[in-house]
Design a protein around this ligand. Structure first.
Ligand code: NAP
Length: 279
């Protein structure tokens, strides 16, 4: 596993396992398989309604010998509307069975709320309840506003990133301000437009790897944290088995230029926060 050092010195494993929409026995199995494959970084949100089950799964892997565990959860839109981030975090911590959350992210830049939410998250950090705080789905203009009022620069911005939507301008913006990027939907939910891309298929053949492995390797070599989701034992293992080969500079450049600004998930500027992103 490789690590990234966040802007407050915290070391974070570069690959984590995304857990949405896993829950119940399929989540427990996925976490046990992830642990056995070498994952130590586990990611959820209050909005995924699986924190309790993730907590049970973490207890289980601790009983199997897991020592280093890095847990990320998120402040939901519901909690932002209610306006009490501390209550929301304590609730998440109780469900997860942890005394401290490693990384606490704001799930969306909820209109009219996100600046106040950030100030509350700063207080949670200062209180020592979380080791690092960050955001998700923030564009440059959200970050501009946040940085005007912030005392703490977000450690991470978790956004949709994959070769069809490489988000280079936003990545540059964040990198220049000490904000690390984390790729969500890193394999674009196996969208055929990405997975059947000729360059990626050729690189997979060259390195005797799969297309998802080529993409995840591109994340790592680009300095991106990444959080692929799989509930399947073989694919969980496959997604972390990417540390035994290296893409060339030219290949990295070519993958970067697959970009078509092709987004598969919601655009934070246009999504309906009331009806679609309720949770
Ligand atoms: N902050 C946010 O707003 C936000 C938004 C979206 C997602 N996320 C987080 O990011 C995580 C990952 O994103 P995502 O689930 O949207 O997309 P993803 O990780 O790009 O794709 C997940 C899908 O791809 C399949 N898959 C994964 N690895 C594979 C492989 N090696 N070979 C074949 N199929 C593979 C999985 O199927 P199987 O399970 O059957 O393997 C699953 O259907 C989520 O779980 C969530 O934690 C955050």
């Amino acid at each position: 596993m490789e690590y990234i050092t966040l802007n407050n010195g915290l070391k974070m494993p570069m690959i984590g396992i995304g857990t949405y929409p896993l829950n119940g026995i399929s989540l427990i199995k996925a976490i046990v398989n992830a642990y056995k494959s070498g994952y130590t970084n586990f990611e959820t949100s209050a909005a995924y309604f699986n924190e309790e089950c993730l907590g049970v799964s973490l207890e289980l892997i601790k009983s199997l010998g897991a020592k280093e565990i890095f847990v990320t959860t998120k402040l939901s839109n519901t909690a932002q509307r209610e306006g009490d981030a501390r209550k929301a975090l304590l609730n998440s911590m109780k469900k997860l069975g942890v005394a401290q959350v490693d990384l606490y992210l704001m799930h969306w830049p909820y209109p009219e709320k996100y600046l106040d939410s950030w100030k509350q998250m700063e207080a949670l950090y200062n209180e020592g309840l979380v080791k690092a705080i960050g955001v998700c789905n923030f564009h440059e203009h959200h970050l501009d506003k946040l940085l005007e009022v912030a005392e703490i620069v977000p450690a991470v911005n978790q956004i949709e990133i994959h070769p069809l939507f490489s988000q280079k301008p936003l990545r540059n913006y964040c990198e220049n301000r000490g904000i690390k990027l984390q790729a969500y939907s890193p394999v674009a939910r196996m969208n055929p437009k990405l997975i059947e891309n000729e360059l990626l298929v050729a690189l997979a053949a060259k390195y005797q790897k799969t297309v998802p492995q080529i993409i995840l390797r591109w994340d790592i070599q680009s300095g991106l944290l990444t959080v692929p989701k799989s509930g399947n034992r073989k694919r969980i293992q496959e997604n972390i088995d990417i540390f035994d080969f290296e893409l060339t500079q030219e290949e990295m450049y070519k993958i970067e230029h697959i970009n078509e600004d092709y987004r598969i998930r919601f655009n934070p500027d246009t999504v309906d926060y009331v009806n679609v992103l309720k949770a």
